[in-house]
Write a protein that binds this ligand. Sequence first.
Ligand code: NAD
Length: 253
Amino acid sequence: MGRLDGKVALITGVASGIGRSATELFMAEGANVFGVDRNEAAGQSLTKTLNADGRFQFFAADLSVEAACAAAINHCHNTYGRIDVLYNNAGIAIIEPFASTNAETLEQVLSVNFKSVFYLCQQVIPHMQRQGSGVVINTASELAIVAQPLYAAYCASKGAVLSLTRALALEYARENIRINALCPGPIETPMLQGEFDQAADPAQAKAEGIATMPIGRLGNPVEIAQVALFLASDAPALLHGSALVVDGGKTIL
Ligand code: NAD
């Protein structure tokens, strides 16, 4: 018996990092995964790898566009007739001094990291209301709780995800829709490596990143996927409106 047997999970950002790991884990636990990403080539190769028994469907979409969020939810619902889990995972990080962060960059970060979560939740909740159940997992970050220089737009976008999650959890508390935020610390993914690579000395930047971790290492994508699986399963019935910080102790330093 898998922990997600027969459930339909829509996961965003499946082409890389945490989203890819979560896709594999959710499927191993019996879920049908409707994976959404803007990276169509990676999505197609993921389909070849994962779709042996027809439980993986890829949908190419740029979620910074509201209509694409609606299309993803509609397509998933038309395919399966229900959506049990919405795992909002897609995101981008832009490192830039606050003073030079222009309107275009701000809009890009807010659109992908925050507005897509807003629109996907808005589109999925009516389906979950009709079903009488549902789970929403919104990816914030440890940087929604603590701060880091050069990440002003990113921190603001993730803070907004956390606030939205709490507001929705309250608004739908009586409707059997469990809504929580997941706040990863530094996790070894292409996103984090890309951040290290922007430093003058990437190896030094990585060593400094590790030094911020009380456990003495960075996290692995599967360690976030495991927590997402727990949130998606029926086990945490009382977990609602929470911000689950999964960071190897970084934010207690
Ligand atoms: P990643 O870059 O490895 O993967 C992100 C995925 O999102 C990619 O496949 C990308 O194509 C997709 N994506 C980006 N913009 C998109 C768009 N407009 N439409 C559709 N898909 C889009 O990143 P990751 O490290 O796996 O991050 C996953 C989530 O975890 C993000 O929300 C990120 O902010 C958050 N997070 C990551 C870390 C970390 O250290 N890696 C820490 C805290 C939070």
